[in-house]
Design a protein around this ligand. Structure first.
Ligand code: 6AU
Length: 264
């Protein structure tokens, strides 16, 4: 059977990565497979939105470098809120350098990402060293940490090939403790229940693309046709008149699609 039809609770028991295990359990407990990309300009808006959206999400996704005043105090607040309101924090940093550089970018620098983000995104492009670097840094932290490897992208004209996708999935299999999942657009590694599929490029309604190459599918398409476990929604929610109401709608629609999928 494909992992897409296995319930999250069952998959949690089979996950070799601690964060993936915790995430799958959290999703089942909270009945949420919604991750909101809070790509906002100001850090206080990020915190306000995090509080509003908290009941509806399994993951809050940040891009620390596009938010003004993203200070240590903000990351501490976000981390505390995540613990209290039961969601995880994913810093969508898309690391893409040699291991030695990434280790420093991950643990040090202006954001000290490893202190507050349960998960980060990483490009597989540089090879194994990038995941090894994260694995070594994670060994220094008490809390469980993991990463999502970028295997496919939602954007039009991206340069990812079938060979590249194969290489990324092989890399994920090589580091089962550190790789919590894949960022992708289709069911890859269908036989590894612990690998969580994170699928961005999702929006309700008629708009299917933006002016810079992003492509959107509906929540149901993302869960059922593409096999997404955690669905990333950004502007569909943050750009709505009432983001909280919209998040609730997405949560309900996405969870219904997941229940339909596991009943197949
Ligand atoms: O719903 P949107 O288009 O407003 O936001 C989508 C979010 C953005 C992107 O940086 C991110 O998802 N994203 C990613 C991720 C999560 O890594 C990969 C990808 O292929 N496409 C994509 O949009 O924060």
């Amino acid at each position: 059977t494909s992992k897409a039809t296995i319930p999250f609770e069952t998959r949690a028991q089979q996950a070799p990565c601690e964060v993936s295990k915790l995430l799958l359990k959290l999703m089942a407990r909270k009945k949420s497979n919604l991750c909101v990309a809070v790509d906002v300009d100001q850090a206080n808006d990020l915190i306000d939105l995090a509080k509003l959206l908290a009941p509806h999400i399994c993951i809050l996704k940040t891009h620390a470098d596009l938010t003004k005043n993203f200070t240590g105090e903000i990351s501490r607040q976000l981390h505390a809120l995540a613990k209290q309101a039961d969601f995880m924090v994913l810093e969508d940093r898309k690391f893409a350098d040699i291991g030695n550089t990434v280790a420093k970018q991950y643990s040090g620098g202006c954001f000290e990402v490893s202190r507050w983000a349960d998960l980060v995104t990483v490009h597989s492009l540089p090879g194994d060293g990038i995941v090894k670097a994260l694995e070594e840094e994670n060994a220094k932290i008490e809390e469980p940490r993991g990463c999502f490897l970028l295997a496919e992208m939602s954007s039009e004209g991206n340069l990812i090939t079938t060979e590249y996708i194969k290489g990324s999935t092989q890399m994920a299999s090589k580091f089962p403790k550190t790789v919590a999942g894949l960022v992708c657009q289709s069911l890859l590694l269908a036989d590894q229940p612990g690998i969580v599929q994170l699928t961005p490029g999702v929006r309700r309604g008629e708009i299917k693309e933006d002016s810079l190459g992003q492509r959107w599918v509906t929540p149901e398409e993302a869960v059922i046709e593409k096999g997404g476990d955690v669905i990333v929604v950004g502007r569909g929610i943050t750009g709505a008149k009432c983001p909280e109401k919209e998040a609730k709608l997405y949560q309900e629609e996405l969870w219904a699609a997941y229940e339909k999928r596991i009943a197949i």
